[in-house]
Design a protein around this ligand. Sequence first.
Ligand code: C5P
Length: 213
Amino acid sequence: MAVDGPAGSGKSTVSRLLASALAAAYLDTGAMYRAVTLAVLRAGVDLADPEGVTKVAHEASLTCGTDPLAPSIQLDGDDVAQAIRTAEVTSAVSAVSAVPAVRQLLVARQRQIIEEARAIVVEGRDIGAVVAPEAQLKVFLTASAEERARRRSGENSVAADLTAADLARRDRLDSTRAVDPLRRTDDAVELDTTAMDIDTVVATLRELVTTRL
Ligand code: C5P
């Protein structure tokens, strides 16, 4: 199952709960782009140097746990689950994820993880369109820009206007990049979660799984 959508649309929480309810695995592809970004920042490589960024991506060893109750990500053997959520990584990740060779590398890893799983819920920006066009069910989650900023600032205790500016910037970069931009495919079910709480979104998607699969 592919779950795509912009930042703050509720993808992560919903995908984890759904995977857990369905006894399926869970993959957060955004965490993979964030881990490569962390490696780039740690290596002191210029974000505007695609060859340097690509080299770091090839040398980085990523391990992604797919248990929805305990998702984990390791970079070169270190648990980086917290380190990939800093403001520094968040503001650099769109530049790194726009490098075609980085996407090629991570999409191949993601497909490998999907192939190894019996059933899996995968969340990201290009899952339905690029990573798993053959997914049995594709969902595109949206929410108003104000609601998404409110959710994110609640998570990070950052002022909502700062979060809103960061989200708007990331939305613009992620939707307008040349390679695999965020987009809804024609066969995806779009769900606007602005006025829905998490439980309602999960219940709606479970219903969809029951009727569609
Ligand atoms: O989902 P999250 O907000 O953690 O994703 C971080 C960033 O990773 C996004 O802003 C986007 O630039 C990139 N990303 C991507 N393709 C994906 C998942 C995430 O380009 N499938």
